[in-house]
Design a protein around this ligand. Sequence first.
Ligand SMILES: Cc1cc2nc3c(=O)[nH]c(=O)nc-3n(C[C@H](O)[C@H](O)[C@H](O)COP(=O)(O)OP(=O)(O)OC[C@H]3O[C@@H](n4cnc5c(N)ncnc54)[C@H](O)[C@@H]3O)c2cc1C
Ligand code: FES
Length: 322
Amino acid sequence: MSIDAPVVTPTAATLRARAAVAQARAFAEADERALDGLVSVRPRSAVPRPQPVWDDAEVLVHEPVGERYRRLVLASNTIAATAQAGQFLMITVPPHGGDTILLPRPMAIHRRRPATTDHPGTVELIYGVVGRGTRALAAVPVGGTLQVTGPLGRGFGFPPGTRSALLIGRGVGVCGVMGAAEDAAAAGIRTTMVLSGQHPDQLLGRSDCAELGVQVIGATDDDGSSDLTFLATRLRGHFDGTTPERTPPGVIMVCGAGVLARLAAELGAHWGVPVQASLEAHMACGLGYCHGCAAPVRTDPSVEGPLVCADGPVFDAAIPVV
Ligand SMILES: Cc1cc2nc3c(=O)[nH]c(=O)nc-3n(C[C@H](O)[C@H](O)[C@H](O)COP(=O)(O)OP(=O)(O)OC[C@H]3O[C@@H](n4cnc5c(N)ncnc54)[C@H](O)[C@@H]3O)c2cc1C
Ligand code: FES
């Protein structure tokens, strides 16, 4: 006699969740493949080493940005005055609802506003609530304090004489490149930024770009405009050299996806301009101690490889010569 196992039919919600996990895995694998052989550590002379401080930063603003993200403005005179474009903070997240978050979480510095006589220096972050740490972070009230270490990492730098730049950011990756838009605005560098995301209402950085005089090219999954082939064609057309405004950019800076870093490197090769790409990795310390954030840079196996936190997060990106 055989006993049949009961047939369990997955619910629609379960099927959707499985599909989302499969899609996320496929994106992650594509990103990993895209970075293969693409990035290298920027020369030491190109970027100064960070001088991080440990600070108890007051939370001045903490509010939702659309349905998916939250904006956090922290008071820190030193970090606001010293942070370079593309650097990040490690945030110690206080315990929440009986949950203790042991490791600090890395977050890009989206905006820097040095102190004036009227207000303290501030740094602004935008983050998505994706897991335990960011859920607990979302509960920190305005008026509370957060322990932060930063600014960390080696950021973006404009090559001398740069007159125009193309910045590309996807999702919260926009925060990784917005500091470069701030520097470009201050230096009179004409800047175009691709803001990429799933839906139009999830495109971060529109108001920052308006404030900084940055021309925006929106690219969303909804209407297919974030498709890499479509975007590449659009950008080549946008910078076709037919007018001074359409002259190809002098540098490309990108953050938010490995596939976008590769697209940027292909455009860089087409126009003959340098490309800098900011990468993400799981980080436990952010300081170069734990060696948990190996950068996808091929090295001699007997030599200690570069780290995303200490040698990046910004790397040079170029299509490998075969
Ligand atoms: C240099 C740097 C800058 C960053 N800047 C921002 C930012 O500006 N805004 C923002 O929202 N996020 C940013 N991140 C990612 C952010 O650190 C993670 O989303 C956060 O640590 C997740 O913590 P959690 O405890 O909520 O999630 P966990 O519970 O730790 O993880 C939840 C999910 O997120 C994934 N995840 C966690 N950490 C990372 C990571 N470092 N990279 C990729 N996937 C991750 C996990 O695999 C898991 O699927 C940055 C990461 C780095 C390394
Ligand atoms: S996160 Fe510890 S070495 Fe990079």
